[in-house]
Design a protein. Structure first.
Length: 248
């Protein structure tokens, strides 16, 4: 089984971090294929950057269509998730959606800790239909670049955020950020509640989806596009919009 770990920003260090976390979670025999977009924002923090990154990640996925068995979006905003699911011939899992779904299996309510502002994550949890299960959100005073440069210092801030969420009623806590990938083992011993790493949850869920072998919808809003013409897109992305099978 080959799983594409698709970063949605252009920071290679985040791609590498997510790939390492993915390999640590993957089952024996699962190959992790990391990839970074050829264009887009360095880090996604605004609606504008997220919109630009949506094109970048769809372009990236198109290049790998037909060559992987599943995709994990290594972006905590689950950027372009529905579009990617419609377009790709294989299962596509969003890292934050996967972690939130796993959290629902561990208790009644979950919290989410991330960097900076939290409103985009409140909206994201709502789009996933899980608002009633969300107990709270905490944004720590740190950035993804800081998490790469000073993981120990950021881990302390995240630990404080976790404690606050648990005190507010969270049965488990989602680590909301691709730059937090792989941090769960560092926090586990001191955490008062289970912590969910989106990349680890995404890889395991992607493996399960491949194992289920569910067919892709042939009709309705999630059926793959066909007969759609375009201008200026990469050949691979334009071909998928026309409905051509990958590799033809």
């Amino acid at each position: 089984m080959r799983i594409l770990i698709a970063n949605a920003n252009t920071t290679e260090a985040i791609t590498t971090l997510c790939a390492e976390a993915a390999r640590g979670a993957a089952s024996a025999g699962t190959e992790i294929v990391p990839a970074t977009p050829r264009f887009g924002p360095a880090v996604i923090s605004t609606r504008v950057e997220n919109a630009i990154a949506a094109h970048g990640i769809l372009d990236l996925l198109a290049e790998h269509a037909g060559a992987v068995d599943a995709v994990v979006l290594a972006v905590s905003h689950d950027t372009a998730l529905e579009a990617a699911r419609q377009m790709m011939p294989c299962p596509v899992v969003g890292m934050t959606e996967a972690a939130c779904l796993a959290a629902c299996l561990l208790g009644s309510r979950f919290g989410l800790v991330t960097f900076g502002g939290v409103e985009s994550y409140r909206e994201l949890v709502g789009r996933h239909g899980l608002s009633s299960r969300l107990s709270g959100l905490v944004g720590v005073d740190a950035t993804p670049p800081e998490a790469l440069a000073d993981p120990e210092g950021v881990a302390r801030k995240v630990a404080a955020g976790v404690a606050a969420l648990v005190a507010g009623g969270a049965d488990s806590v989602v680590l909301g950020g691709a730059a937090l990938a792989g941090m769960e083992p560092r926090l586990r011993a001191e955490s008062p509640a289970p912590l969910l790493d989106g990349i680890a949850c995404g890889v395991r869920l992607a493996e399960a989806m491949v194992g289920l072998g569910a067919a892709k919808p042939r009709v309705g809003p999630m059926a793959a596009p066909a007969g759609r013409e375009s201008v200026g897109l990469s050949p691979a992305l334009a071909a998928l919009l026309r409905g051509e099978k990958p590799g033809t």
